[in-house]
Structure formats: C-alpha cells, structure tokens
Ligand binder design. Sequence first.
Ligand code: FES
Length: 247
Amino acid sequence: MLEVCIDGKETLAEKDEFVLALAKREAILIPTLCHHKAIAGLGSCRLCIVEVDEGRGPKVVVSCVYPLKEPCTIFTKSEKIIRLRRGIISMLRDRAPQDPYLQQLCTEYSVPQSTRYVLPPQLKCVLCGRCAAACAALGNGAITTVGRGTAKKVSTPYDSASADCIGCGACAQVCPVHAITCTETRDTRSLWNKTFRLVPCEKCGVPFTTQEALDLVREKTLPGTHANLGLCPDCRKKEVLLTTRRL
Ligand code: FES
C-alpha cells in the first residue's frame, strides 16, 4: 500500500490504483467526460487533470489513466488545475454548446462565454473516443475518427452504411454528450445510415436487439454462455434471479 495525501486527507492507495479511482473512494469529486468504467484507458478529454507531487515537485497528470506508483501528494483543486480545467471546459463547451453537463461545468467553474469560433450546434461531438472504443470492444470497430481540424468527426468509412456495424447501439449508449443519433421504432433501430430489424425477446416478445449483434456475441463467446442470449435485459435478470434461487 502507498501513503497518499489527497486534498489534505491522508489515506492509503493500492499500488497502480488510478488517481481517479482513489479520489472516488475518498468521495472527492473530479469531473470526467471520456471516462467510463467499462472502457479503460481513454484519457482523451483531459477534464480529470490533477496535480501529483511524488517528491520531485507537482506535475499535472490525467487522473483517470495515472497509476499511483509511489507515496505522493495529490491536489485536485489547486489554482493551476482550476485554471487549466477552465480552459478545457471552454474548449469542450465550444464543441458541444448545448450539452447540459458542460453547461453545468461552465457555471461551476465560471467559464466565460466563448469568444472563439463556435462550431455549428449540429456538431455535438467532443471527440472523446468513447463510442469508437465501445465499438471496438463490443462490436466490429465500425466507427472511427475521420477528417481533420474542425471537420474532424467520428463516422463510418465514407459516412456510408458499414457492413461492420451490427446495430448494437453501444456507441450511442456510452456517448457522454448524446451526439450519436440512434432512432428506434418498435421493430427497427437506425444508426450510422443503416436500419436494422430488432429481434423479439424469446420470453416476453418485446424486440430488444439486432440479429447481427446476437450473431457477434455467439461468435465471440463460449457456447456454454449462450443460454439466455435470446432474452431481453429484463427477462435475463429475472432468469438469473430464478436460477440463483433454485441453487
Ligand atoms: S475523464 Fe480522464 S481524460 Fe477524460
């Protein structure tokens, strides 16, 4: 264990524990955007920066991807961090000016109105990379960052319907600023210029996922784990509960 002082509070941290995880455990709030518990190691938005002093003077690190290696002192709200974070919030807000979370951070950190060129409101993406990472982990890696400068965005190759997209919708679910349009009717789901037919739950009959997503899970996982695959999340939970009771 490592002796750590975070915002004046003495505590112990596991070796290699991320600063953000330690702060959460100590109920110290550090704002995040790209961090997601199911997608490790993005570190792209920089909102979660803190100062860490490991005996050689404080340095600015990205707390969600900075593993603790030695005893240290951490400052999550130093003057420098507040100043830098204000600039980061301002840049993110300029990319997604309508986003309520970023607006809230602007108020909290007294970020002034932008004097820079503000991107058109339909470009809500902050380019954090969460969607592409989720797609790579859960799908086929159908989306990626394309273009440069202000034209940079996340999309499928040539913005066309991609054979790799399985319509799982994970990209839209993890997007922190709701920039990905995923529309559903009772039986269909449309995203990335492609429309999928939804498969009904084997138990309750409510359409819940795409055949392509089910096929990929079957392909990527062991046959012994496929028992409840055709069930919607609600029915799957009930089934797991019943099985646990029977044991
Ligand atoms: S939350 Fe840590 S870099 Fe985005």
